[in-house]
Design a protein around this ligand. Structure first.
Ligand code: NAD
Ligand code: DAU
Length: 360
């Protein structure tokens, strides 16, 4: 079996659902259930004996050691993290605790477990660390996309904490011989994406008649990948990646934020037109920029394609249409995640005045 951490979050839950659908191998899913973790993402696995959910922290050394000893996984895939850049700007502490200290404690527990495996178990074992393109920093307009040898230049508390975790993973391979793999992926989108992030936030705000907040001039570029393609890349790296190697994952799909939001609006105009017949793009509102906002990310995924034959299945056009349709079809999920604490976050991040479209 495999042990997945953070498997109730956006990417982790998509990974677990796909894994159970495509393989007979059971999954232990360790997730502490922060605001971003949602058991409802995994509702279709209720009563499925191949999915064992454990609520707990990757930084809880005793718990992780016990799970490893009891279940004897042949791989650990680490998705668990604090993942939202804006939250890391408001309060970095949780990012340091989970992304750095948590990853360190997880690595220590895995090192002890790995050390006592028989030779055959050692040969089969993998620790796969899921990371981000943000560790490479920001690109100028015409600079080539990030390769795996691009230097680390993290600019936010989030990306700095992910960079630290990547370095720890690397060190555990070089120092202790732990069989690690690291993936650095670009921006994901798709089902179960928590609506604090640009794409789901704008879909839901559009439908609710609220402003679509664009930071700064909206010309920041991100490189978008459909979440199921990220999951297939992780499966491929787990299966055939070379030990100690880093693989960039991306869909060769750079877009300015404003274009992304215009695309969403056009799809919504078609699938769920506004009652007053006005286009959704009239709800676009420019708000104060994110401090230290990275201007451009772009991933060069050619190593993954060349060495492991991986390619994304979706284009942005197909993936974004599926995503908008998913949010339209899953209103109960939406209402559950947008209650309570979520509204407090919107108030803190966008402020009442900005939410009305007025600059503060
Ligand atoms: P998410 O915030 O949606 O989910 C994170 C999950 O981790 C949640 O279920 C949360 O409860 C859990 N978690 C947090 N702290 C934990 C802890 N201490 N112990 C156990 N579980 C804990 O994040 P996501 O977007 O699904 O990202 C998953 C991973 O992929 C992260 O490591 C992130 O850095 C990386 N990543 C994300 C993207 C993206 O576009 N979302 C792109 C590249 C890489
Ligand atoms: O690049 C990979 C990263 O992508 C992951 O490592 C992170 O976990 C993930 O959250 C994501 O980070 P971003 O900061 O790029 O994603 P976000 O959806 O927050 O923002 C995307 C872009 O849209 C970014 O340039 C900021 C901008 N934005 C975001 C929000 C929430 C807006 O203009 N308005 C908004 O309200």
């Amino acid at each position: 079996m495999i042990l997945v951490t953070g498997g109730a979050g956006f990417i982790g839950s998509n990974f677990v659902l796909d894994w159970i659908a495509q393989s007979d191998e059971p999954v232990i899913n360790l997730d502490v259930l922060t605001y971003a973790g949602n058991r409802e993402n995994l509702a279709t696995l209720d009563n499925n004996p191949r999915h064992v959910f454990v609520q707990g922290d990757i930084g809880d050394s005793e718990l992780v050691a016990r799970l490893l000893a009891e279940h004897q996984p042949r791989a650990v895939i680490n998705f668990a993290a604090e993942s939202h850049v804006d939250r890391s700007i408001h309060g970095p502490e949780d990012f340091i605790q989970t992304n750095i200290v948590g990853t360190f404690r997880l690595l220590e527990a895995v090192r002890a477990y790995y050390g006592q495996l028989p030779e055959s178990g050692k040969n089969a074992f993998r620790f796969l660390h899921v990371s981000t393109d943000e560790v490479y920093g920001s690109l100028t307009k015409d600079a080539p996309a990030f390769t795996e040898s691009h230097r680390y230049e993290p600019n936010s508390p989030y990306s700095a904490s992910k960079a630290a975790s990547d370095h720890l993973v690397r060190a555990y391979h070089h120092t202790y011989g732990l069989p690690v793999l690291t993936t650095n992926c670009s921006n994901n989108y798709g089902p179960y994406h928590f609506p604090e992030k640009l794409i789901p936030l704008c879909i839901l705000n559009a439908l609710a008649g609220k402003p679509l907040p664009i930071y700064g001039d909206g010309q920041q570029i991100r490189d978008w990948l459909y979440v199921k393609d990220h999951c297939s890349a992780i499966r491929r790296v787990l299966e055939a990646g070379r030990l100690g190697e880093v693989y960039n994952v991306g869909g060769w799909n750079e877009m300015p934020n404003l274009d992304v939001v215009h695309t969403l609006c056009a799809i919504l105009d078609e699938l769920s037109p506004r009652a007053d017949g006005q286009p959704y793009k009239t709800q676009i509102t420019y708000v104060t920029d994110r401090p230290g906002h990275d201007r451009r990310y772009a991933i060069d995924a050619s190593k993954l394609e060349r060495e492991l034959g991986w390619k994304p299945a979706e284009t942005f056009a197909t993936g974004i249409r599926k995503t908008v349709q998913w949010y339209l079809d899953n209103q109960p999920w939406v209402s559950n995640v947008t209650s309570g604490a979520y509204r407090d976050w919107l108030g803190k991040q966008y402020g009442t005045n900005e939410a009305r479209g007025e600059k503060q």
